[in-house]
Design a binder for this molecule. Structure first.
Ligand SMILES: Cc1ncc(COP(=O)(O)O)c(C=O)c1O
Length: 391
């Protein structure tokens, strides 16, 4: 009897996804701060800056009306139109606003995209290292994430050769690419992205492009997959360049024949995306000056770390192309980057994320620094790490 009652409380196998290690780092940092310590936070991947003033003003005005109702499932038409215009303005690529779908962050976009494109059991290639929820959401939806090892020579991006080799071993139905990427901060050139899309589509493999870090490109301009093929499903977000993580709003550019299926899913799963966030997001496009200033701050932070970390003793890291991440190899100091990160936090009060969150295979060698804070914090982090490593 008790057994039967207890079985009611057993979670489904599909819900058994791993936790995020970064949360443990945050908890440890909070303990140090509660005891009076001052931690430099470089563990969480989010802008320190608030949403642009234009977005905040639009949200205040909307709130004052007191009426926030459901919107169309695909999003407020004027926001969809504004996002479509963004492609014409930023990439010189006209996109029909009918193909724009507003989502609950790019996270909401992944669920809609995976459900629309894949059947249970489908195999979807993702880069290793990579953003963990790609594989965890796929698993929860009954798909199989296929981790493809990346190498420094290709800036840790997926290549046609690696994709086709995995496909020959056992057929793939999809591939998810990201440039700039998390955790590596590396980018794919337009040619590399094009070659990958051509190779995938030639084999009937569906392509999803996560472009959440677009706008935060320093090495060379990021290319949108929407310019390269109208069969690719593009996912983007207001979280990073637009500094709107907590607003939970993003968008997709969906191949035209798939818009109606996505719309039906969104109607059933969410009805619509929070209205206040949609109104703020549309106005955020008018706050470009503020967002560009924030971006210039990241560029300065990037310079401080590229110059400072080697002097501090951390001289081995991947090309710091875009996003706000620097992925450093700490294998010279420790066999386990989780131990290294814990010691750095406790002894130098600098918080970073161990690579095992992003890479079950080689993550023990790496830690990820997020440089979305202030320049003063970057200088202080370099000084503390240098003193700690020497000491
Ligand atoms: C590569 C990548 N994609 C997607 C997301 C999800 O972001 P959001 O749901 O806030 O748009 C993140 C968040 O850190 C990310 O790093």
């Amino acid at each position: 009897m008790l057994d039967r009652a207890n079985r009611l409380l057993v979670p489904s196998a599909r819900s058994n996804v791993p936790p995020f290690m970064v949360m443990d780092v945050m908890a440890e940092a909070a303990r140090i701060e509660a005891a009076g310590g001052h931690v430099i936070h470089m563990e969480v991947g989010q802008p320190a800056a608030p949403a642009p003033r234009t977005a905040l003003n639009a949200a205040s005005a909307a709130l004052a009306t007191g009426r926030l109702q459901y919107t169309e499932a695909l999003g407020i038409p004027s926001l969809r139109g504004r996002i479509a215009r963004h492609y014409a303005e930023s990439y010189r690529q006209p996109v029909d606003m009918g193909r724009i779908v507003v989502t609950t962050g790019s996270s909401g976009g992944f669920i809609l995209a995976f459900l629309t494109l894949f059947e249970p059991g489908d195999r979807v290639a993702v880069a290793n290292p990579g953003y963990p929820p790609y594989r965890h959401i796929l698993t929860a939806l009954g798909c199989e994430p296929v981790l493809i090892e990346t190498v420094p020579e290709s800036r840790h991006a997926l290549t046609p050769e690696a994709l086709l080799a995995a496909h020959r071993q056992k057929p793939l139905q999809g591939i998810l690419v990201a440039s700039p990427a998390n955790p590596t901060g590396t980018m794919m050139t337009a040619d590399a992205l094009k070659a990958l899309i051509v190779a995938a589509e030639g084999e009937g493999i569906r392509v999803i492009s996560d472009e959440i870090y677009h706008g935060l490109d320093y090495a060379f301009p990021a290319e949108t997959a929407a310019r390269l093929s109208d069969r690719v499903l593009v996912i983007n977000s207001f979280s990073k360049y637009f500094c709107m993580t907590g607003w939970r709003i993003g968008w997709m550019v969906v191949p035209e024949p798939l818009v109606r299926p996505v719309e039906r899913l969104q109607q059933n799963l969410a009805i619509s995306v929070p209205t206040l966030a949609q109104i703020a997001a549309e106005a955020a496009f008018d706050g470009r000056d503020e967002m560009e200033a924030v971006k210039h701050g990241y560029e300065e932070n990037r310079r401080i770390l590229i110059e400072g970390l080697p002097r501090a003793g951390l001289e081995k890291f991947l090309p710091v192309d875009g996003a706000f991440y620097l992925y450093a190899d700490v294998s010279r100091f420790s066999e386990d980057s989780a131990v290294f990160a814990r010691r750095m936090l406790n002894e130098a009060h600098v918080a970073a994320t161990p690579g095992v969150d992003f890479d079950p295979i080689h993550g023990k060698n790496f830690i990820r620094f997020c440089y979305a804070g202030s320049a003063a914090e970057m200088h202080e982090a370099v000084a503390r790490i240098g003193k700690w490593l020497r000491g």
